[in-house]
Ligand binder design. Structure first.
Ligand code: FES
Length: 134
């Protein structure tokens, strides 16, 4: 297969406005987003601990929130715009002491894990086909 070729990943009506779709191509997992009627593609595995971003949420302005620890990425650029949240919410019921110390320990370990920007891919729309360059 020729390098830099645009490959079809779906049809435009499969990804309505403000939605995401997970695709796998050439060993890569990619999320295609429809932001304001324009399509964007970025790596689907979160740059923190590999959760699938396409299982999270996307806002109308294209901010994707990871379903695991809430890191946020701009679907249009792949840039990380918010670090993951590593501590339990204050609104949670108090946890048993053993859980609290486990979570504190896990939070400390996770604080050493860096979260990176997501790789993005160039998108082309031809007729009703969405194509990306891998
Ligand atoms: S895996 Fe995405 S924020 Fe942790």
């Amino acid at each position: 297969m020729e390098k830099d070729q645009f490959l079809e990943v779906g049809k435009i009506d499969e990804i309505p406005l403000g939605k995401m779709k997970h695709v796998e191509m050439q060993g890569k997992e990619i999320v295609i987003s429809n932001v304001g009627g324009k399509f964007y593609a970025m790596e689907d595995r979160c740059g923190h601990m590999n959760a699938r971003l396409s299982m999270g949420n996307i806002s109308n302005d294209g901010i994707v929130t990871c379903p695991f620890h809430g890191a946020r990425f701009d679907a249009t650029t792949g840039k990380k715009i918010k670090e993951p949240v590593l501590t339990p919410s204050q609104q949670m019921e108090p946890l048993p002491k053993s859980w609290q110390s486990y979570l504190e320990h896990a939070g400390e370990l996770m604080s050493y894990i860096k979260t990176y920007d997501q790789q993005t891919y160039e998108v082309q729309v031809e007729d009703n086909k969405i194509k990306i360059r891998i």
